[in-house]
Each structure stands twice: as C-alpha cells, then as structure tokens.
Design a protein around this ligand. Structure first.
Ligand SMILES: [Zn+2]
Length: 373
C-alpha cells in the first residue's frame, strides 16, 4: 500500500479542500509513492512519537496538528525543537501527514467524536461552513442525460447532507451554428441548429469541481460542452464547525461535569454555571472554539464544551450557558480511535499495523498541593 493510497482514503472522509483556508493540511514530509509498513497516530508530533514510530517500524505518522503551521525560515538541528524533529523524520524515511481543520469540519470528525464520547445522541454539525460550493449547470441532449448525470454524481456532485444524486432537470431549446471546421454530433456544420436539450444542474463542493467537470465532459456527446459554473453563498451542510446533540436523559450540571471529567479523563475542569441546572442539549467543539460561544447561547444549548478559554469568556457565558473548558488535548483525543478504526477496516487485508502513540503529547500538567499529576 502506497502512502498516497492511504491519503486518498482519508481525504474522502476529510477532504483537504474543506480545511480552513489558512491551515496547512496534507502530507507534510514524505514521498506519496512510498510503501507504508506501519502507521502511528498522534494528536501532535514529538520526539517521543518519532522514537516510538522508529521502534514499532512505522514509516507513516498521522497527526492532527501540522508541523508546518507558521512559516519556517531556517532549520537549526541543534537548538530548535521543530528542526530536530524534521531532521529525525527525514533521516528515518518517515512520512508525516496531518489532517487538521479538515478533520475538525467533517462529519464523524473531531467534534463528532467528542460528542459521542459524552454520550450525546442525534449528533449534527453545529455551524455549517459556507462559500465553498458551486452550482454546475450543463446542457445535454436527453439521450445522454442519464449517462452524464450518473458520471457527475459518481465523481461526487449533488450531495446534500445525507442525500446523494441531488440534481434538477429542465427541458428547453439549445441553439448552435458550427463553422466548417466543426463536426457536430447533432445537425450539420455551417447551419443554425435548434435542438431539444435538457438543462442539468447540481451543487458541487469546490474541491470536487475538477473531477466532476472532467467526468461530465467525458460522458457528454458534444464536441464542445456548454456549461456554467456559478458561485454559491449557501451554507454547506456537509461540513461545519462543532457538533450539537442531546443527552438521552437530562442531568444536573454537577452530574454532567462528572460525566465530562470521567469520559475525557480530565482531573480539573474550568467552568461557569449556565441559566439552568438541568442539562439536555449540548454543543461541543474540540480544540479552541470560543467563537461559537454566542451562537451556542443563542441556539439555547444548555452547555458548551470546548477549550483554550479566557477569563472574560467565562464572564460572557455566566448565567447563560454552562461553559466548560475541558482541555485542548482532552477534547481532541477521542478522534484518534475513529482514525484508527477507519484505517484498520480499510487496511484489513494488508499487513500494516495502525497504532496509537502510547503516551500523551499534552504539554499541560496540573499541579496541586500533593504534587503534579
Ligand atoms: Zn487542536
């Protein structure tokens, strides 16, 4: 199995195109054609992660956080932590791949796994992304409508949430007049033709536009295919930030905090109480998602679980929503099990192990009077 085959599989789930525009996801270091022996999963890269990968003969490390996030201006193998990691990875022919905000924004991604860990039900994306879809409109003779439509759907066009094969078809008259250099499928060169055609339109995620357009052109019978690509400002319900779900049975704030603490293995939670003591609807977002706080309040969530919160964020939430900072590492860690399960089922006939880093890459340690723990 080549590195690029594993990447292709992962990106069908979490497409690179769905990532935040300033993010840097994908293969960070490596050779897409390289053969993969074993795979190591970790939220972050660290020297311990690299050492364990070498020991377990893993030549592909998949992390959530990309190593190249801020521009790298020099490599200092002696003093700089990132440079040293790069040196070691290259020396040991290890491939490094990162799925970051694309994995945050996808269904069953980071926030979905956090929601599942907290036993939420009826989980949905909380805030759909927008401005990342187009409408592809093509004019096709009815004899080839099904063929063109099937090819476009197969390439990924016309998906709206849990519905695939979404399109609209209308009938009309197309006109054309070819020069004497043309060889029209219908009618004759040099003559103005009027042809009954179907207008076929469907929504396409921007990053699938290339494959869908190629498939459309291949399946289309005309020498020159007439089509329009229109920008959309729709919400893209296929991808979004955070997740929202409901507890099967409502519980008190204290009971819910205990659940969060137990399920995410967090010894200390920072929180502020909300407007009511019973918790039923919960919004979650793994990592740093304070930007969703106001929307979670406005949408009447009883609790919001995220991380990296500041003092004044708690002031803003106090008395409105149970706001919980459950730790960046802790709210994102559940995704590793999902990546592992998916890769294991994809690679079930291959002799490739998919391992999770044994240890923690969380740099934050809690201290109390009894000592660090
Ligand atoms: Zn993160």
């Amino acid at each position: 199995m080549r590195c690029k085959d594993i990447i292709k599989y992962l990106e069908q789930w979490a497409p690179k195109g769905a990532a935040w525009e300033k993010d840097n996801v994908g293969l960070q270091i490596g050779n897409p054609e390289g053969r993969i022996k074993n795979i190591m999963l970790s939220l972050d890269l660290s020297e311990k992660v690299i050492n364990q990968s070498i020991e377990k003969k893993c030549n592909l490390i998949i992390t959530h956080h990309p190593i190249f996030y801020h521009p790298l201006k020099k490599l200092n193998f002696f003093a700089d932590r990132i440079s040293k990691q790069i040196e070691k990875i290259v020396k040991h022919n290890i491939n490094l791949y990162s799925a970051h905000t694309n994995l945050d924004f996808t269904k069953d991604g980071v926030s979905f796994q956090l929601a599942k860990k907290l036993q939420l039900e009826d989980i949905k994306l909380f805030k759909p992304l927008s401005n990342n879809q187009v409408k592809l409109v093509v004019f096709v003779p009815s004899s080839h409508l099904d063929k063109v439509s099937a090819a476009m759907h197969k390439a990924g066009g016309g998906v709206i949430n849990e519905y695939s094969h979404c399109s609209f078809r209308s009938e009309g008259t197309g006109t054309f007049k070819g020069t004497d250099k043309t060889n029209p499928t219908l009618g004759n060169a040099g003559k103005l033709e009027f042809v009954r055609e179907m207008k076929l339109e469907m929504i396409v995620d921007k990053w699938k536009l290339g494959p869908v357009t190629d498939a459309m052109e291949k399946a289309h019978p005309y020498e020159e295919v007439a089509y329009d690509i229109l920008s959309l400002h729709n919400k893209n319900v296929n991808y979004g930030m955070g997740a929202v779900g409901r507890l099967k049975n409502s519980m008190t704030s204290k009971e819910f905090l205990k659940l969060v603490s137990t399920k995410l293995h967090v010894k200390y939670l920072r929180y502020t109480p909300g407007r009511k003591n019973r918790i039923k609807t919960v919004t979650v977002c793994g990592g740093s998602c304070v930007d969703l706080l106001d929307e979670a309040i406005n949408k009447n969530s009883d609790a919001f679980i995220t991380a990296d919160l500041k003092y004044h964020n708690f002031h803003n939430a106090e008395g409105k929503i149970l706001l919980v900072d459950a730790g960046h590492y802790e709210t994102e860690a559940p995704i590793l099990d999902e990546i592992q399960n998916r890769l294991k089922s994809f690679l079930n006939k291959e002799d490739i192990k998919v391992l999770k880093f044994k240890g923690s890459t969380n740099p934050i340690i809690f201290y109390n009077k009894l000592g660090a723990n």
